[in-house]
Design a protein around this ligand. Structure first.
Ligand code: F6R
Length: 255
């Protein structure tokens, strides 16, 4: 049985370089790769590194991207939208043609139709590499802990802890969205390879549960245990509880 592979780095910067090198490897072995992309604070360092790799010669012109999620109610030009984030951190600085970039519209008039439009895109692509972050409650994309999860793209009510965590990106005057559109578990689990990044001690407990706990919908990231090719890329802080429980890679992390 394959387990989730875990790589622990001294810090988030080194982990981001490692992750970017994997992305480069995927693109070099298949220039027309499809990348599933996440937002949030965690992958920012990865995108910065990819922009550096692009400036030093990596072409992404053949790459197609499919983002995981978007806040309901935010137009793509809203500074807190994930569309804006992706352009700011990656798309404006690399050579992926706009026609190969797929993002959800949180401001769509008919959200159900928007979900179907996105599922058609997902169905016509195979994601070669899916980049994920993880919520403190174990969500992936915005598939929040629940007694049942959805396979397809859907509108979701964000969990209180997610709204709380996301409020750090919004000013006091702005209202933090309480709903999002997210791809479902199927899109994530059908990706050929998954790279989940997590940094910081606030993720340590959920990382331990996702890797070592039972597979359960109340901790969506634990479902990754059934996927054949998943690597968790962690800094030491996010790996703290795994390490406390005796988890080591081939060499113990330095003290
Ligand atoms: C964002 C996403 C979320 C985030 C998660 C962690 O596209 O899918 O699952 O990855 O909420 O967010 P950060 O990285 O800000 O801790």
């Amino acid at each position: 049985m394959r387990k989730i592979q875990v790589r622990i780095f001294d810090n988030a910067e080194t982990a981001a370089v490692y992750s970017a090198a994997i992305v480069e490897q995927v693109i070099r072995s298949k220039p027309k790769s499809v990348l599933g992309l996440a937002t949030g604070s965690t992958p920012i360092a990865l995108y910065k590194q990819l922009v550096d790799f692009h400036r030093s010669g990596l072409s992404m012109a053949g790459v197609t991207t499919i983002n995981l999620d978007e806040y309901v109610g935010l137009a793509p030009d809203h500074p807190q939208s994930y569309s804006y984030y992706m352009h700011h951190h990656l798309f404006d600085h690399v050579d992926i043609p706009e026609s190969q970039i797929h993002l959800l519209r949180g401001d769509a008039e008919d959200l159900e139709q928007e979900c179907q439009r996105y599922d058609n895109i997902i169905r016509s692509h195979t994601i070669d590499l899916q980049i994920l972050g993880i919520g403190v409650n174990g969500h992936i994309g915005f598939n929040e802990p629940d007694s049942a999860l959805k396979a397809n793209t859907h509108v979701v009510q964000l969990a209180p802890e997610t709204i709380q965590a996301n409020s750090r990106f919004f000013t006091a005057e702005e209202t933090v969205p309480t709903q999002a559109i997210t791809v479902g578990l199927q899109a994530i689990l059908l990706a050929k390879q998954v790279l989940l990044l997590a940094f910081g001690k606030e993720k340590a407990k959920v990382i331990y549960e996702a890797v070592k706990g039972d597979v359960r919908t109340s901790l969506p990231a634990s479902l990754l245990q059934v996927h054949p090719n998943v690597t968790f890329v962690l800094d030491r802080a996010a790996a703290e509880v795994l390490i406390e429980h005796g988890f080591y890679t081939s060499t113990p992390p330095r003290a």
